[in-house]
Design a protein around this ligand. Structure first.
Ligand SMILES: Cc1cc2nc3c(=O)[nH]c(=O)nc-3n(C[C@H](O)[C@H](O)[C@H](O)COP(=O)(O)OP(=O)(O)OC[C@H]3O[C@@H](n4cnc5c(N)ncnc54)[C@H](O)[C@@H]3O)c2cc1C
Length: 462
């Protein structure tokens, strides 16, 4: 009998199992895959993701496995280019682009070292119930009979097509159909390309260095182009690179080392992520288009929040159902801005005049550029949100319960609590980059740039 069985051992499940095992709970971490293994995903881990790896004591290991820090990102939306990097988050200044073979292996190892039972090549086919509560799972190793794992809590961290979500009947909300279709591959010999985001109407092209001196290049088209692209992936991919001076030539000067990988199945949703005896983490509970590279960082956030909630209940501090309900709210609030930003990016629409105004201002002002890049990375400073939050209506008793301090038994999470904007959700919305754009574009033209820069500077006070 386990305290918790976690189904899915990648960015959502493995850190959750690790944190719960570190807090002294009996955890089974199961996956139908074995590790190391790849999965369909590229690599962008923003500072808020690397900050969590650092807090968990895993960032040094990532670097030791040949993952180089990225200290300059170019954002090229057309009329201008912005270069720089977002502000550090909890002391983590760099972004990283690890291969999933490397990152996921490291996370699984950390879970095992912490005391979780890692069960690989075990495919879950059922949820067990007792008195209306999830009470375990049933599954099998290849070629073996089915067996059961009983637990007080079942967590589905089994990805966007979560079988656990289906079996517990988790309903989706804030649903949007897939907006993009994507393909990516890896090149050697073009390390000088650096990390860049190129956005044009109807197309997004991204490039960044990853492990083994490889450069990943990723192209997104509108979802409706998927079947056309699939008929001639290489041709469509190379002509997409032509839009950006030097990119096709750079790719031609290197060597493609892998087949193209891609999909048109990139839904956008949140799912009800808690119920009697069960919870969902990572993509199983919230998924969005990968164009902004937030999925892994969000999965880390969910792992942190859910580990804290489950620990509080298992330690007898609060009733299980109450802390689980708070978990969903604490996950949704800080991911809301990223969800909207991702949807608007994934529409691949022409740059709005407002956004163009902000980009032009940022191109000339490194500090503003830093903050623009920080919006995506989740590193917009939140210190002044305390001030802003005071102007907001008092939280309801339920919200207050949900923002109680995290458990002292999980100290690694504390430093990052400031990032979990749940208690400042409204303030965060007010202060998000799009608000800055709105301010600067409704003001007289000549005041726009300085107004936007000034606003950001105000938030950045230490
Ligand atoms: C093309 C693409 C590019 C992306 N690029 C980025 C990026 O640059 N940056 C970023 O942050 N995010 C990116 N993402 C998103 C990122 O991959 C996900 O958000 C992240 O992998 C979520 O982790 P997870 O652990 O929730 O789910 P997953 O990584 O999907 O892991 C789920 C695990 O559950 C296991 N599983 C499923 N069903 C069962 C079962 N029945 N029994 C046992 N095990 C099961 C699977 O084997 C798998 O190992 C990208 C996604 C795609 C598709």
């Amino acid at each position: 009998m386990y305290d918790v069985v976690v189904v899915g051992a990648r960015c959502g499940g493995a850190p959750l199992a690790m944190l719960l095992a570190r807090a002294g709970h009996r955890v089974a971490l199961v996956d139908r895959a074995s590790f190391p293994s790849d999965t369909m995903s590229t690599h962008f881990l923003w500072q808020r993701g690397t900050a969590r790896l650092q807090a968990w004591g895993l960032l040094g290991r990532l670097r030791a496995r040949g993952c180089v820090p990225i200290r300059q990102i170019t954002f090229d939306p057309g009329p201008v280019q912005i270069s720089g990097t977002g502000p550090a988050v909890a002391g983590a200044a760099d972004t990283y682009c690890p291969r999933r073979t490397v990152l996921d292996m490291l996370l699984v190892e950390a879970a095992a070292e912490s005391g979780a039972d890692v069960i690989e090549r075990f495919s879950i086919s059922d949820v067990l119930w007792s008195d209306g509560r999830a009470a375990g799972v049933r599954g099998h190793h290849p070629g073996s009979a089915r067996s059961s794992l009983r637990a007080a809590v079942v967590v589905g961290a089994d990805g966007a097509h979560s079988g656990i979500a289906r079996r517990v009947g988790a309903r989706a909300y804030r649903k949007h159909p897939p907006l993009t279709a994507v393909y990516y591959s890896y090149w050697s010999g073009i390390g000088g390309l650096g990390a860049s985001f190129h956005a044009r109407p109807g197309q997004l092209t991204l490039a960044w260095p990853t492990n083994d001196d490889l450069t990943c290049i990723y192209v997104a088209w509108p979802r409706q182009a998927f079947h056309q692209v699939r008929r001639d992936i290489q041709g469509r991919f190379l002509s997409a690179l032509e839009l950006f001076p030097g990119l096709r030539e750079a790719a031609a000067s290197g060597r493609r080392e892998a087949r193209f990988t891609g999909t048109g199945d990139l839904p956008n949703y949140y799912r009800a992520s808690v119920g009697p005896g069960w919870a969902l983490a990572g993509d199983a509970g919230h998924h969005k288009d990968p164009c902004t590279g937030m999925g892994m960082s969000d999965a880390f956030l969910a792992a942190d929040l859910l580990a804290d909630a489950i620990h509080q209940a298992l330690a007898g501090h609060q009733p299980m159902d109450q802390v689980l309900a708070c978990y969903q709210q604490r996950r949704d609030a800080p991911t809301a801005n990223g969800f909207e930003l991702t949807l608007s990016t994934a529409r691949l629409a022409p740059l709005s005049p407002r956004l163009e105004a902000l980009c032009r201002a940022a191109a000339d002002q490194p500090e503003l550029a830093r903050h623009v890049l920080g919006v995506l990375g989740g590193s917009i400073p939140l210190t002044d949100l305390h001030t802003q939050a005071r102007l907001l209506p008092a939280p309801s008793p339920h919200q207050a319960a949900c923002t109680a301090p995290v458990s002292p038994s999980l100290p690694a999470s504390r430093e990052l609590e400031v990032l979990d904007m749940s208690r400042y959700a409204k303030a965060a919305e007010v202060l998000c980059a799009y608000s800055a754009i709105r301010w600067c574009t409704t003001w007289p033209h000549e005041q726009r740039a300085s107004a936007a820069a000034g606003s950001f500077r105000r938030w950045d006070r230490p």
